[in-house]
Ligand binder design. Structure first.
Ligand SMILES: CC(C)(COP(=O)(O)OP(=O)(O)OC[C@H]1O[C@@H](n2cnc3c(N)ncnc32)[C@H](O)[C@@H]1OP(=O)(O)O)[C@@H](O)C(=O)NCCC(=O)NCCS
Length: 181
């Protein structure tokens, strides 16, 4: 079911962007997008697969695509955005199997063009169609753009974890947000 175009739209810079289901062959592209986002964090995928390219590839290639969603946004031939929606606890706990955890990454030069909004909207539809009941994400309190984007897509704040992430000498609080489908 991978490598299927699901949506085409014109981004705010006039470029045609294609959203496409991603899979094993896209592992390297996805990593290259995520790497450009390192300081902003939100690396849901990395929490699962670690940071080594080989482990990334293995993780992605072994994903169950009935229960997890990977999409890339492509402009020309280049992936400019990647979204992963991963079933909570990898589906091992029936109590949390109705939840997807989202990580969204857009290359810096493609931000603010509406691409993240389209990817998030598509994910909500996909999750509903696949029987999920809730989407969740964790966002740095400092990440105003992301908070704005998720709130506009219907997510609400569910709490705040203080000093959740250490970056060098600094500690950053994290906002837990969720959307009931
Ligand atoms: C957060 C991110 C995914 C957003 O994607 P995007 O394609 O740039 O988002 P969009 O263009 O669809 O929408 C961005 C919205 O934020 C608004 N925005 C931009 N800068 C902002 C700021 N500093 N404060 C508040 N809102 C801001 C835009 O105006 C736009 O809202 P609007 O459509 O109501 O005008 C992208 O910036 C990114 O990859 N950031 C780094 C990784 C990350 O933070 N991921 C999210 C955590 S899971």
């Amino acid at each position: 079911m991978t490598e299927e175009d699901v949506l085409k739209f014109i981004a705010k810079n006039g470029e045609m962007v294609v959203l496409r289901l991603a899979g094993c062959p896209d592992a390297e592209d996805i990593i290259s997008v995520i790497k450009t986002n390192a300081p902003d964090r939100s690396y849901v995928l990395m929490e699962y697969y670690g940071t080594k390219p080989d482990s990334v590839k293995t993780y992605i290639c072994n994903m169950n695509f009935d229960k997890n969603l990977l999409i890339v946004a492509v402009s020309g031939k280049t992936a400019v955005g990647a979204l992963s929606a991963i079933q909570m606890d990898e589906g091992r706990r029936p109590e949390t199997a109705h939840i997807m955890n989202i990580g969204l990454h857009i290359k810096p030069e493609y931000r603010g063009l509406g691409i993240g909004t389209q990817m998030l909207n598509y994910t909500g539809e996909w999750a509903k169609e696949h029987g999920f009941k809730k989407l969740e994400a964790n966002i740095f309190t400092t990440n105003k753009r992301s908070l704005h984007l998720f709130e506009r897509a219907g997510f609400v704040e569910e709490g705040k974890r203080q000093k959740r992430i250490r970056m060098g000498q600094k500690y950053i609080d994290e906002v837990l947000i969720g959307k009931i489908l």
